[in-house]
Design a protein around this ligand. Structure first.
Ligand SMILES: C[S@@+](CC[C@H](N)C(=O)[O-])C[C@H]1O[C@@H](n2cnc3c(N)ncnc32)[C@H](O)[C@@H]1O
Length: 244
């Protein structure tokens, strides 16, 4: 879908939302439920857009156009909470605190396996795996590795496991999940989370295992190595040592 010329994807998404809304109302579905489901559909389609702004544009199009159209004038005031409820299902508040959904760009990790000496059949975890874009990158680089993903949003976890059937994906909080036993933990989170990430990795990963962070560096620790991704972003790599 990302190959559709912009704004074709947005127009199709809004059309689909309005179509779903009209079809649900024709079946006598309560208005608030129809609004929530149509908004959820728009938000799900929005994930296939290529930039965060386009995702926001697509996801907000249906509820905004509904408000402006007056088609919702009969809705009770509380019905406007429906899009928010839909968003909360898709993206629970716990996940906002750490990092929103910005996927690892396609091709970003190309060449990593040739440069990083890791057991080919090792165990790798993407902590906060979103829709699985990083898992797909890791799969291409390390086809024999056992890949796992942890994701807080139930819907993203479901979509990720459908997309990444080669990986074991579960819904969990990456902070309370056990990272020991992995040869590499990959994160693409937020600058503010990095001290917590390195503390967890240092406490749980065995010496010799790796923490890989796309884009965001751990301020307090020198990286063992920096891989420059295809698009120029850094992948900061920290090798665990005994006693840290
Ligand atoms: C920037 S995205 C990265 C997605 C994926 N790792 C990638 O690189 O394509 C961050 C993801 O972390 C998830 N997340 C944030 N906090 C989390 C938590 N505490 N536990 C599990 N997942 C979390 C978000 O829902 C989001 O999908």
């Amino acid at each position: 879908m990302t190959s559709l010329r912009w704004p074709m994807l947005a127009l199709l998404a809004w059309g689909a939302c309005w179509g779903a809304f009209a079809a649900l109302r024709a079946q006598d579905t309560p208005a608030a439920v129809a609004v929530a489901l149509a908004t959820l559909l728009g938000a799900a389609i929005a994930f296939s857009a290529s930039t965060p702004w386009r995702r926001l544009f697509i996801a907000s199009g249906f509820p905004l156009s509904l408000a402006l159209s007056g088609a919702a004038s009969g809705l009770p005031g509380w019905a406007w909470l429906a899009p928010l409820a839909a968003l909360a299902i898709l993206y629970p508040v716990g996940a906002w605190r750490d990092a929103p959904l910005f996927p690892t760009p396609k091709g970003a990790l190309r060449g990593l396996a040739a440069q990083l000496s890791l057991p080919a059949d090792g165990r790798f975890l993407d902590a906060g795996c979103g829709l699985g874009d990083a898992l797909i990158e890791l799969r291409r680089e390390f086809p024999r590795a056992a890949l796992s993903g942890i994701e807080w949003s139930g819907l993203l976890r479901l979509l990720c496991s459908l997309r990444c059937r080669f990986a074991s994906v579960r819904r969990a909080d990456m902070w309370s999940a056990d990272w020991s036993g992995f040869d590499l933990v990959y994160v693409f989170q937020r600058p503010e989370s990095m001290e917590r990430v390195i503390a967890k990795a240092s406490g749980e990963l065995r010496p010799g295992a790796w923490l890989a962070s796309l884009e965001f560096e751990v301020g307090s620790r020198r990286p063992t190595w920096v891989f420059v991704c295809a698009d120029g972003r850094p992948l900061w790599l920290y090798r665990m040592t005994a006693g840290r």
